[in-house]
Design a protein around this ligand. Structure first.
Ligand SMILES: *[C@@H]1O[C@H](CO)[C@@H](O)[C@H](O)[C@H]1NC(C)=O
Ligand SMILES: *[C@@H]1O[C@H](CO)[C@@H](O)[C@H](O)[C@H]1NC(C)=O
Ligand SMILES: *[C@@H]1O[C@H](CO)[C@@H](O)[C@H](O)[C@H]1NC(C)=O
Ligand SMILES: *[C@@H]1O[C@H](CO)[C@@H](O)[C@H](O)[C@H]1NC(C)=O
Length: 595
């Protein structure tokens, strides 16, 4: 979550009220931001100006500067209306050459005319760019913006991609003309490591660098690194040319909108922004940026009321939304639909649930009814049935003096296959695309490897070692949308001087008894009721030859017989692979058959 520092008195002046600490804390809390720190005490000691450090949501780019925080809080308390942003007709163009597709294909631009900065607003303008660069712009990889003194350059502008040595300019705060390559070399030095050096990698290895030229073929900027000294803006700049280049078009427009929305308030014609025509030379397509068209979405009042446990009228809901800068009005004849206009500063609103959230904040979370029989806003939580089944396994296993273990779900490919003497036919285990370590390559398809790893780490303990686990395994299934599914299993091992097969078989019997499943002799031939039996199975290489079996189960009278697990004496090679110098027996069941 970004934390924004603002001057306390400046913010209170903008809010028209000197809040006490508690009052302001409360206001922040209700609005959904958090007052992290008030530096007043410290500042008074050091003779500095007190600041407030405010934590904002990572999706609220409009709160990254004091202008936005004050605007939103003022709307929240009803002291201000949402500004009406005006777009003036373009007077210049930005041509995008097809060559830029190789490196940073998107660009947008805007002009702030007759702006009047003071020291604070100028600092805030620079700080907002930094904040956007490090948050939404992902350290300039997705989007980079440059701001220029329009009176020192001339449109139309040209955005091109050129080989590093094919252009020259004096970069910001330098005195010598350098080629693109020399600029990159300049910022690659260790002194720049934490400054512009952080962005060199974005273009360094590209055969071409993105460059913006003005009509005189003078370089304005080398995005995403640096602007030219010539077009440098200062506190006295009256006309600001803003260019944005990007690898993501939507984010470029969001960034441009935030910047002009926040700072057009300092223009002579308040909240007015001059558009720039963007001509893509690739397909001779022309459009105008910034795009001030408000998005609209329809939200059902019934949806909002039922989720919040309220019975508000359409007008009351609109009043809640207005406090959050969203403007709703009843639409259609169904007395249910609200058409919500989303201002350009709120790209975080994407779905009706986002509107719902703001309606709740506008209404006040503290005012929401706690108990309301008419609503479905109160849910009673209950464990999933499979967790109840797992708990029965756990209790029964512990009563039989087995200890529970909780190994990890990921394991190495060898642990899941080779160490268990199994072949991977590629159809069962989900594999990680880019595993960070060899220990975590696949999602386990049985509980055995985790259990044996636990035993290995505890092999110095007194024998026998009896542990169990109740946990999920994952299998591939291409027919499913997710292409895989979880299955809850239960497994137990006995490790000692002898294999203890009869002890494992005894545990299986006790577990089955707990689930009211009786042993059916003669492979269930004499009965067609609920029950289980075991059948020799020589196909499981994990077990000692002739000492492996499958567990068969019939859930009720006449039901189909299913294999639900297996048990046996673990093959000595398997024990060896896990460095366990003892014998052991193992049982594993699919718990979900007991649901
Ligand atoms: C941007 O860079 C800084 C410092 O190098 C780093 O701490 C931060 O996590 C990066 N932010 C993103 C979004 O990558
Ligand atoms: C691009 O469009 C403009 C205006 O529509 C037109 O005058 C011009 O000839 C077109 N250029 C190309 C290369 O198609
Ligand atoms: C401008 O924004 C509106 C609303 O988000 C969108 O429908 C429209 O396509 C955009 N126009 C351009 C030229 O991108
Ligand atoms: C909202 O619903 C009204 C009435 O049904 C309709 O006229 C309008 O186009 C809808 N707006 C959106 C953004 O879907």
């Amino acid at each position: 979550m970004p934390t924004i520092s603002v001057y306390k008195q400046q913010l209170f002046d903008l809010l028209g009220k000197n809040y006490s600490n508690e009052e302001f804390d409360e206001l922040c809390f209700e609005f959904g931001i958090e007052l992290d720190e008030d530096t007043t005490e410290e500042a008074l000691k050091n003779n500095e100006e007190p600041e407030l450090k405010i934590e904002i949501g990572a999706n609220r780019y409009d709160l990254l500067c004091i202008e936005g925080i004050a605007q939103s809080l003022n709307e929240y308390v009803g002291r201000a209306e949402t500004p009406k942003y005006k777009l003036a007709a373009p007077t210049t163009k930005l041509y995008i050459e097809p060559s830029t597709e190789q490196i940073r294909p998107y660009a947008a631009a805007a002009i702030l005319r007759n702006i009047k900065f003071d020291e604070r607003s100028y600092a805030s303008f620079i700080a907002l760019q930094d904040k956007l660069h490090s948050n939404l712009c992902r350290n300039r990889t997705l989007v980079a913006m440059g701001t220029h003194d329009l009176d020192s350059i001339q449109g139309p502008f040209h955005y091109k991609a050129l080989p590093p040595t094919d252009f020259k300019f004096v970069p910001l705060f330098q005195s010598k003309e350098l080629t693109g390559k020399e600029v990159v070399d300049l910022y690659k030095t260790p002194e720049q490591k934490n400054n512009l050096g952080r962005f060199v990698h974005i273009i360094e290895n590209s055969p071409v660098y993105p460059v913006i030229f003005d009509s005189q073929d003078q370089v304005c900027s080398l995005p995403p690194l640096i602007n030219s000294e010539r077009s440098k803006i200062s506190i006295d700049t009256r006309n600001v040319f803003i260019e944005v280049t990007a690898t993501d078009r939507t984010k470029a427009e969001v960034v441009l909108n935030q910047l002009v929305a926040m700072f057009s308030r300092y223009c002579e014609d308040k909240f007015s922004v001059e558009a720039v025509e963007i001509v893509s030379e690739h397909n001779n397509e022309s459009r105008i940026t910034p795009n001030f068209t408000e998005r609209k979405i329809n939200v059902s009042a019934e949806y909002i009321n039922s989720c919040l446990g309220l019975q508000l009228s359409l007008e009351e809901i609109c009043a809640c939304l207005k406090k959050m800068s969203l403007h709703g009005k009843p639409a259609g004849n169904d007395k249910d639909t609200i058409e919500v206009s989303i201002p350009i500063t709120r790209p975080d609103i994407l779905h009706p649930c986002d509107v719902l959230e703001d309606a709740a904040v506008g209404y006040g979370y503290n005012n929401l009814p706690k108990h309301n029989k008419l609503s479905n806003a109160n849910f009673v939580a209950a464990p999933l049935p499979i967790n109840k089944v797992s708990d029965i396994f756990r209790i029964a296993s512990s009563q039989a003096s087995w200890l529970e273990v909780l190994p990890l779900t990921l394991c190495s490919h060898d642990e899941n296959f080779k160490f268990l003497r199994l072949e991977d036919d590629g159809t069962t285990a989900v594999k990680l695309a880019n595993p960070k370590t060899a220990e975590y390559q696949v999602v386990r398809t049985s509980l055995l490897s985790g259990i044996l790893k636990t035993v290995r780490e505890n092999r110095k303990q007194a024998l026998p070692i009896k542990v169990f686990e109740s946990g999920d395994v994952v299998f591939k299934n291409p027919a499913l949308e997710r292409k895989a599914y979880n299955e809850r299993h239960w497994a137990a091992v006995y490790v000692g001087k002898n294999s203890g097969f009869e002890i494992i078989q005894g545990l299986l019997g006790k577990i089955m008894q707990t689930f009211r499943t009786s042993w059916l002799p003669d492979y269930g031939k004499d009965s067609d009721g609920r029950g289980y039996w075991i059948e020799e199975d020589t196909s499981i290489p994990t077990y000692f030859p002739g000492r492996g079996a499958k567990v068969m189960f019939r859930s009720r009278q006449g039901a189909e017989v299913k294999q639900i697990g297996h048990l046996g004496v673990l093959h000595p090679e398997v024990m060896n692979n896990f460095e366990i110098p003892y014998a052991g027996s193992y049982v594993e069941l699919n718990s979900e058959v007991f649901l």
